[in-house]
Design a protein around this ligand. Structure first.
Ligand SMILES: Nc1ncnc2c1ncn2[C@@H]1O[C@H](COP(=O)(O)OP(=O)(O)OP(=O)(O)O)[C@@H](O)[C@H]1O
Ligand SMILES: [Mg+2]
Length: 235
């Protein structure tokens, strides 16, 4: 059974239907990339998986639990964390404080261990643990956001455009970190504008367009598909 399985979900905001019969799966330890045009419904899909909106039809099963109608705090307890596309850090707090906010449900004795693991993953953050996050670069902020999500040691991490608005060097950096996070056994479902690069590192990928499944396959197969290339990878 997949770690996550999204089964024909339909839903959106109020009366507007954004997602139509969308189905996807994420296996244990897998990296799955979701690509597609602006407004396709990628962020909406992530929000539905994390319980920020509930599908009108279909269901979402995580680790054998039907989470379709659960709230985010209940979904977190099952082992899933989410880094949204925007407003994913507390800019007026330090790195240390951001990590603590990520794990405010943890007992104090686990807090230090978890923080140490995050700093091992992001040594760059450790050096700057007392710094206010609002004064850090976009790439560093993204690391803080991912670090905060990792504080709870999830089995599945949802990342919505982790490399948006970063320079090519920082994009490489973030992808490198995502790969390392995956190698310690955490499954990743990520939405990415850097479609080519994300498919190169993903085990599998999906194309979402107009709120519907368009294509799916291994990262390599999608990269090699001329239709995907011309429509979604810029030729
Ligand atoms: N909070 C909201 N209330 C109402 N409609 C919304 C809301 N958020 C998004 N939408 C609409 O839902 C549709 C899908 O938006 P969504 O943010 O999921 O797209 P996306 O694929 O993530 O796009 P992008 O690549 O630009 O991030 C759009 O038409 C958008 O206008
Ligand atoms: Mg989006």
């Amino acid at each position: 059974m997949p770690l996550l399985s999204i089964n024909k979900i339909t839903g959106g905001y109020g009366d507007s239907e954004v997602l139509r019969q969308v189905s996807m799966t994420v296996e244990q330890h897998e990296i799955v990339a979701i690509i597609g045009p602006n407004g396709a419904g990628k962020s909406t899909l992530m929000k539905a998986v994390f319980g920020l909106l509930h599908p009108r039809e279909g269901n979402i099963v995580f680790d054998e639990h039907d989470i379709s109608q659960l709230a985010p705090h209940q979904i977190v307890k099952l082992g899933m964390c989410y880094v949204p596309q925007v407003a994913n850090v507390f800019t007026n707090l330090s790195v240390d404080e951001n990590l603590e906010m990520g794990a405010f449900t943890l007992k104090t004795k686990y807090l230090e261990t978890s923080k140490q693991q995050v700093y091992d993953m992001f040594p760059q953050l450790k050096e700057r643990r007392r710094q206010t996050v609002g004064k850090m670069s976009g790439g560093e902020r993204q690391m803080v956001a991912m670090g905060s999500a990792l504080m709870l040691q999830p089995r599945l991490l949802l990342l919505d455009e982790p490399t948006a608005a970063l320079s090519p060097k920082l994009v490489d950096d973030i992808f490198h970190h995502i790969d390392r996070i995956n190698k310690i056994g955490i499954a990743i479902m990520m939405v990415e504008q850097n479609a080519r690069q994300s498919l190169q590192m993903a085990h599998r990928g999906y194309v979402l367009a107009n709120g519907e499944n368009r294509q799916e396959g291994s990262g390599q197969a999608l990269l090699a598909d001329p239709k995907v290339g011309s429509l979604y990878l810029g030729g």
